[in-house]
Design a protein around this ligand. Structure first.
Ligand code: GLP
Length: 241
């Protein structure tokens, strides 16, 4: 894994936006895997600025988001659909039909999941997959466990994740207990994985990530098996390396 340590969150975001913008310029019909959470917000802000200032063109780009809470209404401010519209899609010229996010309102989640993987495979997988990481080492909503899912599926969130993500909700009880998450095949099938990590709270998991071992108890460690991963960290996240 290639490691880039930046001084601040802003530098990390600028570096990530530079890599993504370059991907889109080099291949205008790129398939991008996108992530939510607080970490990529600065990156999306810079991509939106890049579109405004230089006309960075998203008209042929296709996107597949990693995950969505289940069940959740699209117009719920905490849905990942809402997040993506708010932070990126409403600021760039991507056609809505090119955007793929698991549907938190679907009535048949199993079908939704298999359709999602079919769409991803039909698109040829992602050229670049943007990732964040949970404090417990989850990627997307692939939670620690003995077995990790290969396919997109409906997953139970761990208490750790529910507690961590409750900061966005009014109260912890409002956090959905389940989510639809891309599986490891979708993520590891990407040509280039770009993992962003920021803040002191992630320093312990970062140490595990670079420990030279892989374990399903820290799903992100499996990224060590991928041939083309770039990890961009800020100094706080890299504090224990
Ligand atoms: C959520 C998302 C992950 C994300 C993680 C970390 O659980 N499903 O994709 O990486 O949060 O979020 P943050 O960047 O806010 O720490």
């Amino acid at each position: 894994m290639k490691k880039i340590i930046c001084k601040t969150y802003e530098e990390m975001s600028a570096e990530a936006a530079f890599i993504i913008a370059n991907q889109v310029r080099t291949k205008p019909d790129s398939v991008l895997g996108l992530a939510t959470g607080s970490t990529p917000i600065g990156t999306y802000k810079r991509l939106a600025e890049e579109h405004k200032k230089t006309g960075l063109d998203f008209s042929q780009v296709k996107t597949f988001n990693l995950d969505e809470y289940y069940p959740i209404k699209r117009d719920n401010r905490q849905s990942y659909r809402y997040f993506m519209d708010e932070n990126l899609f409403s600021h760039v010229n991507i056609p809505p039909s090119n955007v793929n996010i698991p549907d938190g309102e679907c009535s048949a989640p199993e079908k939704e999941c298999s359709d999602y993987d079919s769409g991803l495979n039909k698109a040829g997988g992602t050229d670049l997959q943007l990732l964040g990481i949970g404090n417990n080492g989850h990627i997307a909503f692939i939670e620690p466990g003995e077995n990790l899912p290969l396919a997109t599926g409906l997953v139970e969130l761990t208490q750790d994740t529910i507690t961590a993500n409750s900061r966005f909700f009014e109260k912890e009880e409002d956090v959905p207990k389940k989510a639809i998450s891309m599986g490891l095949s979708g993520i590891m099938g990407s040509k280039h994985i770009l993992l962003l990590i920021s803040g002191k709270a992630k320093a312990t998991v970062v140490k595990e990530l670079f420990s030279g071992k892989v374990t399903t108890q820290i799903p992100a460690t499996l990224l060590n098996l991928h041939p083309n991963v770039t990890v961009i960290l800020d100094e706080e996240a890299a504090g224990l390396l």
